[in-house]
Design a protein around this ligand. Structure first.
Ligand SMILES: Nc1ncnc2c1ncn2[C@@H]1O[C@H](COP(=O)(O)OP(=O)(O)OP(=O)(O)O)[C@@H](O)[C@H]1O
Ligand SMILES: [Mg+2]
Length: 221
């Protein structure tokens, strides 16, 4: 069964200049264990779609089902806290905290029950950050390393769905491929549903399924 289903979603922004139809009848289905790429030109509605999938907002029309349950009927903040991990183009690590503290903080916010330090260290190891670096401030890492720490933070609470909006947008090719291979492992080895918005064809090539967003309409490639 699909973990996430989008049914005829539409979304408008109301601006001074009038309505912007950001999503028009977007329909798609996502399963665990797969990497999905969403490609499409700037302004086509990709980030809007992601914010709806994360439960940050509700569609104007249409429904999003999580394991068959309508997001309109459940506590969306709880849904996001427990089941969604998010990664962005800018890493958004807290500069005053160390690598391990950044990951621990997300566990703290999610009210993680176990040993937070241990879990944070395991996640950093999983994304290839060395033990000697755990206590370095996040600003002292390279962009590629910071994004890997951001991935560790996103997966620390063991969410079933990873949403990444242009995760390689600030990275060079080598670092991009490194982050992409972690995302692919999360799907293929750890059975996560990974959904990546990307402009990079070399990232989309690694996906199991590619959707194209065309002016608010989602088309499977
Ligand atoms: N907060 C907002 N208020 C008004 N209009 C918005 C807002 N956010 C996005 N839009 C508009 O909605 C449409 C879709 O935007 P969205 O950010 O989803 O596109 P995108 O595909 O993520 O683009 P990009 O590749 O540049 O990130 C665009 O026309 C955009 O101008
Ligand atoms: Mg966007």
């Amino acid at each position: 069964m699909a973990i996430l289903e989008l049914k005829h979603l539409s979304y408008d922004y109301i601006t001074k200049a009038g309505k912007v139809h950001a999503l028009k009848n977007a329909t798609a289905s996502f399963e665990t264990g797969k990497v999905y790429a969403i490609v499409g030109r700037s302004g086509s509605g990709k980030s809007t779609l992601m914010s709806l999938m994360a439960g940050l907002d509700v569609p104007k029309d249409g429904d999003i089902l999580y394991h068959g349950e309508n997001l309109r009927d459940i506590d969306r903040d709880k849904f996001r806290r427990e089941h969604i991990g998010m990664i962005f183009q800018s890493y958004y690590l807290l500069p005053q905290l160390t690598a391990v503290e950044n990951v621990e903080l997300s566990l703290e916010l999610a009210k993680y029950k176990g040993d937070k330090r241990k879990r944070a260290e395991e996640m950093l190891t999983l994304v290839g950050i060395k033990k000697e670096q755990f206590k370095k401030r996040s600003t002292q890492f390279s962009g590629g390393e910071q994004q890997r720490i951001a991935v560790a933070r996103a997966i620390a609470t063991d969410p079933e769905i990873i949403l990444a909006d242009e995760p390689t947008g600030n990275l060079d090719n080598e670092n991009s491929m490194n982050v992409v291979s972690i995302l692919v492992d999360l799907a293929h080895k750890y059975n996560k549903c990974v959904i990546v918005i990307t402009h990079a064809s070399e990232v989309a090539e690694k996906a199991d399924v590619v959707f194209k967003m065309d002016d608010g309409i989602l088309i499977i490639q």
